[in-house]
Design a binder for this molecule. Structure first.
Ligand code: SAH
Ligand code: SF4
Ligand code: F3S
Length: 434
């Protein structure tokens, strides 16, 4: 049937989806290749969350089109969020043979078989039920240490800046039984860590099983494994989830809690359903139950009508929380979203840029301070493999999701090792075997 190459952009959900696509195509006899020049089918699993993500992918499609022309018979397909957002217009360029949205991956074998020069195929139907719950993903993680498990799809929030509800459709939860089964299979295959994925994991519900219950079920089903999850929404993360975490040693002490802004005026315009005070209350609750829990966040600089005062509110919130890590973005207007329809994108690019730089500079200091507080502590880390810079050293993450490196020739990927922190950079804890 030929070789398939898939290039994946965007969030962890897309990585998990690529693993599902490989499984679906593998069943039909396709094999996987890591070399696009060898591939008979080139698929790009895409992200629409910001304009620069889309621009980068468009550049890649140009490149793939060169291969496609040089090697007749090679098919190029667009999957994921751009496929869903841009639909037929992706076909107009004549550079793409297949367009499949996030809920259409079961149709891929049919679409690929039917695609021919001048006859592109498209399926961008969104579903209220599809969770790919019965499909065992073909895992990409090379060293078999850490696996993603998708627990839900879609999003029912309507944050005004965000394109995800349009590209991923309505929220739906996967059956808890298939999730537990997948976690147990990961354990049997030698994986040491699973990350439960959803745009808003706290909204998970399958009958009586909510997210707190699911988390407990997974953690108890695979006691030898580490369990992580992402993403939590400040408006929904419940005490029950925090209590479940604090009662179990194998649920990692890290919560990704995107704040987006420190200004109540901006939060309201963004249609986030919490206030600055509400966010700080959740942070306080996390820390009272789990003093050693790391908290990371996402933030958007320069959302519509953001003033210097709003921006200073974001800086002061960062200072007050002292995030351990952050993903920081400039606002990018997305067509069709509520913000694009209602609010002018009126913060000048140079102002957005300067504000983002200020947030980054602050977070760099906060990350360094957070790491310095760890000097002298001992952590259990899960070995990922040799460090990139120095093959004599190993690297791996602690429960708080901080990257540790240490000199070691005795252990290998997948081992749990205790290390003591001697020094740090802003990005890494420099350790020795404890
Ligand atoms: N479901 C997750 C986030 C998904 S998108 C949540 O609700 O937290 C990941 C991050 O991209 C968001 O947290 C936000 O910070 C950023 N983002 C989303 N839309 C954006 C836009 N239009 N411009 C800039 N950043 C955006
Ligand atoms: Fe987007 Fe908000 Fe849904 Fe996150 S919760 S995916 S930011 S709409
Ligand atoms: Fe991007 Fe879609 Fe994920 S827009 S961030 S790939 S849900």
């Amino acid at each position: 049937m030929g070789k398939v190459y898939i290039e994946t952009y965007g969030c962890q959900m897309n990585v998990a989806d690529t693993e599902v696509v490989f499984a679906i195509l593998g069943k039909e006899g396709y094999s996987r290749t890591d070399d696009p020049a060898q591939a008979d089918v080139i698929l790009v699993n895409t992200c629409s969350v910001r304009d620069n993500a889309e621009q980068r992918i468009r550049g890649r499609l140009e490149q793939f089109n060169v291969w496609r022309k040089a090697r007749p018979g090679v098919l190029v397909g667009v999957l994921g969020c751009m496929a869903e957002r841009l639909r037929e217009s992706l076909l107009e360029s004549g550079k793409v043979d297949v367009v499949a949205g996030p809920d259409a991956y079961r149709s891929l074998p049919r679409l690929l078989a039917a695609a021919a020069p001048g006859h592109p195929q498209i399926d961008v139907l969104l579903s209220r039920e599809e969770t790919y719950g019965d499909i065992a993903p073909l895992r990409l993680d090379g060293n078999g240490v850490s696996a993603f498990i998708s627990i839900m799809r879609g999003c029912n929030n309507v944050c005004s800046y965000c394109v995800v509800p349009y590209t991923r459709g309505a929220e739906r939860s996967r059956s808890w039984r298939t999730i537990i089964r997948e976690a147990c299979e990961c354990a049997q295959q030698g994986y040491k860590e699973v990350t439960l994925l959803g745009q808003n994991v706290d909204s998970y519900r399958d009958g009586e099983v909510d997210f707190a219950r699911l988390l407990a079920l997974v953690a108890d089903a695979v006691p030898g494994m580490r369990v992580r999850f992402s993403t939590s929404n400040p408006q929904d993360i419940s005490d029950a989830v925090l209590e479940t975490m604090s009662a179990r040693g194998n649920i990692c002490r890290h919560i990704h809690l995107p704040v987006q802004s420190g200004s109540d005026r901006m939060l309201e315009k963004m249609r986030r359903r919490y206030t600055r005070a509400g966010y700080l209350e959740r942070v306080a609750k996390i820390r009272s139950l789990m003093p050693d829990c790391a908290i990371s966040t996402d933030v958007i600089a320069g959302f519509c009508s953001e003033t210097e005062e709003d921006h200073r509110d974001t800086l002061s919130l960062f200072e007050e929380v002292g995030f351990d890590a952050a993903f920081m973005f400039q606002y990018s207007e997305r067509p069709g979203t509520l913000a694009a329809r209602k609010y002018p994108d009126d913060v000048p690019p140079e102002v957005k840029n300067r504000r983002l730089e200020e947030i980054i500079a602050l977070q760099n200091r906060l990350s360094l301070e957070s790491n310095r507080r760890d000097i002298g502590k001992t952590f259990r880390v899960l070995v990922e493999g040799p460090s990139k810079r120095d093959p004599e050293r190993l690297c791996g993450r602690n429960s708080q999701n901080k990257m540790c490196v240490w000199a070691d020739t005795a252990h290998k990927a997948g081992d749990f090792v205790d290390v003591e922190v001697l020094d740090c950079t802003q990005a890494t804890l420099l350790c020795k075997l404890a």
